[in-house]
Ligand binder design. Structure first.
Ligand SMILES: [Zn+2]
Length: 585
């Protein structure tokens, strides 16, 4: 089969425009093409076609008519015995991992943003010609695509087995830092754009290598053969360091990441700060997805439909369990200690317990609703939804600790599922079948309660059985009141009011600007300006009642506030003498 051919040119850096020339050697008489509406891994219809412009079609010297069918598809009336060439531009100015970016410093793109899908020809080989960037002789290119004929800087011809492979290999362009290492015999490359000169690349490489080794061995055992059983023959990390940002997107043999510059390790600095620990957790998370969601995946993703939402109730497993293992594998790789691991776990537990939506929505429902809820957060999100990342991670924890109490581990279940589903599509029934096979008993009741109901998880009981002490600590003042806020411009901006909270009782609403406080009784009353939330407990002193002055739609309101006695959050501690946290097996 002849290959489809995409030529990508960073045509105008200042206008942020890529130019794409797509050659279809054997078009059909009514050839249809379309641009995906979403990118796998990020469950929101994003309408990438809004950035596509100036589409034209030719056969030889003849211009061919194009009829637009809908928001993202076109049909071309053409001769079948002659190659069809489409040419178009894509505006690229979204500094996230999900779409495309182009300016004088850097370029980045996902195939879902740049590469039209040629209907009926998705299974042919797809070739991508990356053109060197005019006026930027120092730029390089990096991608997980298979090189066919490329120069030293990475420009030239690449190949993908099919359309899915093409759009699952994003491309980084620019003057990035680059390093490499081997993990279980698999070559890995790490490129970093935007780092400061003090960036310690060697440390990032060494720590990432540790993570990759731990994860390959997690899935394929400790033997020398582990690397050969892995689904990827090579791997590329693409990290964009920015002033403020965080995120990642998993791909079959690469990942695109964003972090804050100040979170990168610095030369001469040995300690592992909170920001760097978070970055290592992100690296661990996205790399774990190489197995859990890119290969072993929801049956709904057996074949992606790029034209619409792809619904699955299983993100609690694929995102939640990946979140459970991301920090746990940092611990097992020796990159964090027990105390740090327990601190991270405590944070996840507190995040879920401060989400009233956990009483409204199950994690399976949260997964199906990701397209309209998790990815479209607003002021009502904490009241109506629960995160399949955080609650899913806690379901993973409950399952692991329950299995351990009976002499098994979740590790064995994950590896069993990998084999049972042949590293491919998985149903929830497969999880139940694997649990039954491993432990000779049904786990239907547990999954029903943890995944398909809104009942509280038995965290305290399971953690205490593992020798973890739970300390209740007073929460902060925002947690007492049950609101989320931002101190900005000299006042308190209310972002969300939690269901059943003192803030809701008082009548606060998202969007309110909290300006002042009246506190005290009779002759003792004071009227105070509030500039930040932490002013309020100082002004209150021992008083529990006050009147909050807020501005809503330029009208001043007096809200009667009753501050509750106490709210508590959890802090986890390992009991003295405990050997180690739940180890790998
Ligand atoms: Zn993820």
């Amino acid at each position: 089969m002849t290959a489809l051919h995409y030529s990508v040119e960073a045509a105008n850096l200042n206008a942020h425009l890529f130019r794409i020339t797509l050659t279809i050697p054997e078009p059909t008489a009514q050839q249809a093409v379309s641009l995906p509406v979403w990118i796998p891994g990020s469950y929101l219809v994003r309408e990438f076609s809004k950035n596509l412009q100036n589409l034209s079609a030719r056969q030889g010297r003849r211009e061919v008519a194009i009829v637009q069918q809908d928001k993202c598809s076109w049909q071309i009336d053409c001769k079948t015995n002659q190659a069809l060439t489409l040419s178009y531009e894509v505006y690229a100015f979204d500094n996230s991992v999900r779409t495309a970016w182009l300016d004088r410093r850097r370029g980045f793109f996902n195939g879902t943003s740049l590469c039209l899908r040629v209907h009926g020809q998705e299974d042919r080989p797809h070739r991508l010609q990356l053109q060197p960037v005019k006026g930027q002789p120092d730029w390089q290119a990096a991608t997980g695509l298979v090189p066919v004929k490329t120069d030293k800087k990475g420009f030239g011809l690449y190949q993908a087995a099919d359309y899915d492979a093409l759009v699952d290999c994003p491309v980084e362009l620019g003057t990035f830092w680059s390093g490499h290492f081997s993990a279980c015999g698999i070559p890995h490359r790490f490129v970093v754009a935007g780092a400061l000169p003090s960036f310690d690349g060697e440390r990032l490489l060494a720590d990432t290598q540790n993570i990759c080794d731990a994860e390959i061995r997690f899935w394929h055992g400790k033997g020398a053969q582990a690397g050969r059983k892995a689904p990827h023959a090579n791997y590329l990390f693409m990290l964009n360091a920015v002033d403020d940002g965080y995120g990642g997107l998993e791909h079959r043999n690469s990942t695109a990441l964003i972090c804050g510059r100040r979170d990168l390790p610095r030369v001469g600095e040995k300690k592992t700060g909170e920001g760097y620990t978070t970055l290592l957790g992100l690296i661990s998370h996205e790399y774990f997805h190489t197995w859990n969601v890119k290969q072993l995946r929801p049956d709904a993703f057996a074949r992606y439909d790029y034209t619409r939402e792809n619904y699955t109730p299983l993100l609690w497993f694929f995102e939640g369990f990946t979140s459970y293992y991301d920090d746990l594998l940092l611990r097992r790789a020796g990159l964090i200690d027990d105390a740090t691991y327990l601190k991270l776990l405590g944070k996840t537990i507190n995040q879920v317990s401060q989400t009233p939506g956990r009483h409204v929505q199950t994690v399976a429902q949260a997964s199906l609703d990701a397209w309209v809820k998790y990815y479209r957060q607003d002021e009502n999100t904490p009241n109506a939804t629960v995160s399949y990342y955080t609650k899913g991670a806690l379901v993973g924890l409950c399952l692991d600790l329950s299995l351990r109490a009976e002499g098994h581990t979740l590790d064995a279940v994950m590896r069993g599922l990998w084999k049972r589903c042949k590293a491919g599509p998985m149903r929830e029934q497969d999880v139940l079948d694997e649990l039954q096979a491993l432990t000779s008993r049904s786990w239907h009741k547990e999954l029903q309660a943890w995944v398909h109901s809104t009942a509280e998880l038995p965290l305290a009981k399971l953690l205490e059985a593992q020798g973890i002490r739970i300390q209740a600590e007073p929460g902060n003042f925002a947690q007492h009141l049950g609101l989320r806020h931002l101190d900005a411009n000299g006042s308190v901006q209310i972002k969300a009011v939690l269901r059943g909270s003192a803030a809701e009782q008082a009548g606060f609403a998202a969007g309110d600007e909290w300006l002042g406080l009246e506190v005290g009784t009779r002759g003792q009353q004071g009227h105070w300006r509030v500039n930040k939330l932490d002013d309020v407990p100082v002004l209150l002193g021992k008083e529990r009642k006050a009147v909050a002055l807020v501005s809503r739609d330029k009208q001043l309101l007096r809200l009667p506030l009753v501050v509750p006695q106490q709210s508590t959050v959890w802090r986890l501690e390992a009991s003295a003498g405990r050997a180690s946290l739940w180890p790998g097996n």
